[in-house]
Design a binder for this molecule. Structure first.
Ligand SMILES: [Zn+2]
Length: 184
């Protein structure tokens, strides 16, 4: 009996661990979308940096870590409640996570990065975008009108020296001839 129970627990745990490890979690995608709408440029999961940080804004020298409230034990958050069973396991697990978080943050800070943590529960709030904008400051190349769609290359359509020059010449000489001169 005891053995069966443990096996099930392990399977459930493995499933949760897999979720924990997975990239592109829902709160992370929410934060990415908000950043994108605000006009920030960023890169994802840079393996060359300590901890493979979720979101890297090179121009702002800022790294955003999107933390799940449960796994990273968001202080005082209702989503960070300790499970009722296997508490020894969980507290050891949480302890390791928070040590790892501290180590990664220290390493990134030592490299000159500013580390910004966005908690899962805060990513759900409507003020996420204004929070990001106030922490990060001005997004380069963004006019501040999020609803206005701009051409992909602002200098594109006007400067087109590579249009075939012949087409114009043909058009000019032809229509003169083909225009009918009278009804009969
Ligand atoms: Zn939270």
């Amino acid at each position: 009996m005891q053995v069966t129970k443990n096996v099930l627990d392990d399977a459930a745990r493995r499933k949760m661990m897999a979720q924990f490890r997975s990239k592109d979690t829902k709160p992370e995608i929410t934060v990415r979308r908000a950043l994108h709408r605000l006009g920030y440029r960023f890169r994802l999961h840079r393996r060359d940096l300590p901890g493979t940080p979720d979101i890297v804004l090179r121009r702002h020298r800022t790294i955003i870590l999107v933390h799940g409230c449960f796994w990273h034990q968001h202080d005082g958050c209702r989503d960070a409640r300790m499970p009722r069973t296997r508490q020894d396991y969980w507290s050891a697990k949480f302890q390791r996570n928070s040590e790892r978080d501290a180590k990664i943050t220290a390493a990134l800070t030592a490299l000159g990065w500013r580390v910004l943590v966005i908690w899962e529960c805060d990513a759900r709030k409507p003020e996420l975008a204004s929070h990001l904008a106030s922490v990060l400051g001005h997004a380069p190349g963004h006019a501040g009108l999020p609803s206005v769609k701009r051409p992909r290359r602002p200098d594109g359509p006007r400067a087109t020296p590579h249009r075939p020059p012949t087409s114009r010449g043909i058009q000019r000489s032809h229509p003169r001839r083909s225009v009918p001169t009278g009804a009969d």
